[in-house]
Ligand binder design. Structure first.
Ligand code: NCD
Length: 319
């Protein structure tokens, strides 16, 4: 395997073109195989330490990274902002450099401000992974979404994906659009005008406000949560009205073609953007996304931290 072309994973674009994503997908296949073993652990990152720096809430992303690091035998260090010196006014720079001084090899960062992981990467030598920064990007989510879509649909060339909902505040949408289109898919954004970014210049997408018309044409319907914690003004008359126009209700789910799949990054607000029953349909890949997230993050950590003879992920189990 060649050396990775990137030292940090801050934006999905860091992977370069389609080949960079393909490489992560291939490596993820190996780690899915590891995850299915009786003892799902390999010694690939033994002796390395990964720290979490989460300034924003997270359930699946933090646990997923933590599971990934442990399956690679890395040591982990959990930094909880609520019980740390950040509460005493310590700056992001001082916090990052303090953590690094303890001999950390990688820092996984989630922050409410776009660009925070980029700043940290400019201050430390450790590899930095962006686990979500403001509205900006969430590259490992895009990789696990791409992997999950390919596992079900095969090649994404010519496939049609609708990303539906609060695109404006979604770092997931910003990373997914890039990843899906790089892999050859066509992407349509479906949202009310108030939930689209002010400018879509440079976005390789089509836009629609008519979900009923788009659904029969797609291979995947990707729903987004209404990210009310990021809204600074009232952008919708009411959630009920939103659901009526843009929610994936049971009636709407019947408009999907046979074989079309439903996805959501979580956390879901059942009954708002997606009906409770639809989230649990056989064509829902929502739990596959979570499952694949661990293997994808193993691949990313391994690409950033694995070196020399360690670069064989399918070596014997560790126990
Ligand atoms: C997303 C996030 O935090 O960006 N969730 C996730 O990481 N799986 C989406 C969201 O918060 O709605």
């Amino acid at each position: 395997m060649s050396e990775p072309a990137f030292r940090h994973l801050l934006d999905i674009e860091d992977l370069g073109d389609r080949d960079g994503i393909e490489e992560v997908m291939r490596l993820t296949d190996s780690f899915v195989e590891v995850s299915e073993r009786t003892i799902p652990k390999v010694p690939a990152l033994r002796g390395k330490t990964v720290a979490w720096l989460f300034y924003e809430d997270s359930t699946r992303t933090r646990l997923s990274f933590e599971t990934a690091a442990k399956r690679l035998s890395a040591d982990t260090m959990n930094f909880s902002v609520s019980s740390s010196s950040v509460k005493k006014g310590e700056s992001l720079r001082d916090t990052a450099r303090t953590i690094e001084a303890m001999g950390i090899d990688a820092i996984v960062v989630r922050h409410a401000s776009a660009g925070a992981p980029h700043r940290i990467a400019s201050w430390v030598d450790a590899a930095v992974v962006n686990a979500g920064d403001g509205w900006h990007q969430h590259p490992t989510q895009a990789l696990l979404d791409t992997y999950t879509l390919r596992s079900r649909l095969g090649d994404l060339d010519g496939r049609h994906v609708a990303i539906i909902g609060d695109i404006k505040h979604s770092r997931v949408a910003r990373s997914d659009v890039w990843a899906f289109t790089r892999m050859g898919a066509r992407v349509t954004l479906v949202a009310p005008p108030t939930l689209l970014p002010p400018s879509l210049e440079g976005w390789p997408v089509e836009v629609s406000h008519d979900l009923d018309a788009v659904l029969p044409t797609v291979d995947a319907a990707y729903l987004l949560r209404m990210q009310r914690e990021r809204m600074t003004e009232a952008l919708l008359p009411s959630l009920r009205e939103y659901t009526a126009c843009y929610g994936l209700t049971e009636r709407r789910a019947e408009l999907l073609a046979d074989g079309a799949v439903v996805m959501h990054p979580g956390p879901m607000n059942r009954g708002v953007e997606i009906a409770a029953e639809v989230a649990d349909l056989p064509n829902s890949l929502i739990l596959d996304q979570v499952r694949n997230g661990v293997a994808v993050r193993m691949a990313v950590l391994f690409l950033l931290l694995g070196s020399g003879s360690d670069k064989v992920p399918t070596v014997r189990s560790d126990g």
